[in-house]
Design a protein around this ligand. Structure first.
Ligand code: HEM
Length: 157
């Protein structure tokens, strides 16, 4: 996962949501801004697995050696878990989200990413350039690796 994409993506999400930006200006809750971005965008949207033995999960039968894909992006926007899941919302509980996976393959870089992005990159970016504004709609792309294709900004007047 390229941290550059997650930094640019979280910054874009904040710039797209003036309420979130105002709230962050007062609270400094950049950890929440990043974790909600990670839920909302799922920077790693999918990961493959090979079935080790015949089994049935949620009524679906799998055979040994079948190839399947974990869709982190689907879990992170599951409407039975998250209210209005397509919305970037700093008030929500991101606890049930799995943007860093789960279980034995849980992301080895999760804590480092959070520190670098939420405690260094984002606070410095918005402190150094408090007047940033988007000059065009952000374009998003990718699904195994997902993030902004470009974030065009200028310094406001
Ligand atoms: C926003 C940033 C990141 C996201 C969203 C992310 C997401 C993920 C996800 C979903 C997995 C699980 C894959 C699976 O179950 O197959 C994973 C695994 C992993 N990540 Fe990250 N990652 C990020 C940053 C990083 C960074 C910065 C590093 C290294 C410094 C890193 C190292 C790893 C490693 C080594 C694994 C494999 C762990 C294993 O299989 O035991 N990640 N990551």
């Amino acid at each position: 996962m390229n941290l550059r994409d997650a930094i640019a993506g979280t910054a874009a999400a904040v710039l797209m949501h003036p309420d979130a930006r105002a709230y962050l200006g007062q609270s400094g809750a950049w950890g929440q801004a990043f974790m909600e971005y990670a839920r909302w965008m799922s920077p790693i949207g999918m990961s493959p697995r090979q079935i080790s033995g015949d089994c049935t999960v949620l009524g679906y039968d799998f055979k040994q050696n079948d190839r399947v894909f974990f869709m982190f992006g689907a879990a992170n926007r599951d409407s039975s878990v998250f209210e209005v899941p397509d919305m970037y919302d700093l008030n929500r509980d991101t606890g049930p989200a799995i943007p860093f996976g789960a279980g034995p393959h849980f992301c080895a870089g999760a804590a480092a990413s959070r520190v670098l992005i939420a405690e260094v990159a984002l606070p410095q970016l918005f402190a150094g350039f408090p007047d940033l504004e988007l000059t065009e709609a952000v374009r998003w792309g990718g699904w195994a690796f997902r993030g902004p294709l470009s974030v065009q900004v200028r310094r406001g007047g």
